[in-house]
Design a binder for this molecule. Structure first.
Ligand SMILES: [Zn+2]
Length: 260
C-alpha cells in the first residue's frame, strides 16, 4: 500500500510541476502590451473613470457597434464606493455605472485604486492598490480583471514582477489621443493629428492593430472626440472595433479571472 501511495504521490508531483504553465507564468514579470496583434483591429481604451460621462459613453459606443475597454479607478475623480451620478437613465451609483459599462459589452480593466503611479513603489503598495480595486470589481461583476493599465504608463521591474505575480498583463497604447492635454480647447485638431499620424501610415489592404488611449473623464472626449474617432475609423473601412482581449486574439471572457 505504501509503495502505491508513493507512486501516486510521485505521479501527482510530476503532473503538478508539468501542467501549470500558467502558475509558472504568474511567477514571472507581467507582459507589457503596446499594440494589438490581430491585424485590422482597433481597441479604444478609456482611463481614469468612472465619471459623469461614463454611463452615456458606454451606451453611445454600443449604439455605434463599438466595443471598448475601460481601465477604472476606485478613488480618482470620484469615490466609487460612496458617490452617485445623474445619467440619462436617472441617478446611479458609480458601482452601477461600472456594471452598466460591463453590461454594454465593454471590457473592464484595472487602473489601480488611487491612480497611483507604480514606478518606484514597494511591492506591498503595488499589491494593495491592485487588491483594493479587485474588491470593487468582484463586488460588481464577481471576478477580477486580467488586464491593467499603469497610471501614466509608469512602471519599473518591481512593478512588473509584482503585477505578474498577481496574474496581470499591463496594457499601454500605440495611439495617444492626448485628450487630457487638450480637454479645454474646443478644436479637435491636435487629437485628430495624433490619430492620423498612426493610422495614415497603415497599409490599406493589411492594416495593423492598434490600442488607442483616451480618458472618459472629459466632456470633450465623450461628446466630440469619440464621435469623430468612430466616424474616422469607420471611413477607412478596414478596421474592427474590439476589446483589448480580442485585439490580442483572445475571447472577451478571457479578460477576467474568477480566482483571487
Ligand atoms: Zn490614468
Amino acid at each position: 500500500m505504501r509503495s502505491t501511495f508513493l507512486i501516486t504521490a510521485a505521479a501527482i508531483a510530476t503532473a503538478v510541476s508539468a501542467a501549470p504553465a500558467t502558475l509558472q507564468k504568474r511567477a514571472t514579470t507581467a507582459q507589457v502590451i503596446e499594440t494589438c496583434t490581430v491585424p485590422g483591429t482597433i481597441a479604444l481604451t478609456f482611463d481614469d473613470g468612472p465619471y459623469e460621462y461614463t454611463w452615456d459613453l458606454a451606451e453611445t459606443l454600443k449604439k455605434n457597434g463599438v466595443k471598448a475597454t475601460f481601465f477604472m479607478n476606485g478613488e480618482n475623480w470620484v469615490d466609487v464606493n460612496t458617490q452617485s451620478v445623474q445619467t440619462s437613465a436617472g441617478k446611479k451609483t458609480y458601482k452601477q455605472v461600472i456594471k452598466h459599462v460591463y453590461d454594454m459589452g465593454h471590457q473592464l480593466g484595472s487602473h489601480t485604486y488611487h491612480h497611483l503611479e507604480l514606478a518606484g513603489q514597494s511591492t506591498s503598495k503595488v499589491k494593495s492598490e491592485m487588491t483594493k480595486m479587485e474588491t470593487i470589481f468582484r463586488s460588481i461583476i464577481g471576478k477580477n480583471p486580467l488586464y491593467m493599465r499603469p497610471p501614466a504608463g509608469a512602471y519599473d521591474s518591481n512593478t512588473l514582477k509584482t503585477l505578474g505575480g498577481m496574474g496581470y498583463k499591463a496594457v499601454l497604447w500605440d495611439i495617444d489621443s492626448n485628450d487630457w492635454r487638450y480637454s479645454e480647447i474646443s478644436s479637435l485638431s491636435h487629437e485628430q493629428a495624433n490619430y492620423k499620424s498612426v493610422i495614415e501610415k497603415d497599409s490599406k489592404t493589411k492594416p495593423h492593430g492598434h490600442i488607442a488611449l483616451h480618458h472618459d473623464v472629459y466632456e470633450k472626449t465623450a461628446e466630440k472626440l469619440v464621435p469623430w474617432v468612430i466616424s474616422y475609423i469607420k471611413s477607412k473601412g478596414t478596421y474592427k472595433f474590439v476589446t483589448v482581449a480580442e485585439c490580442l486574439g483572445n475571447t472577451k471572457g478571457s479578460a477576467y479571472r474568477t480566482k483571487q
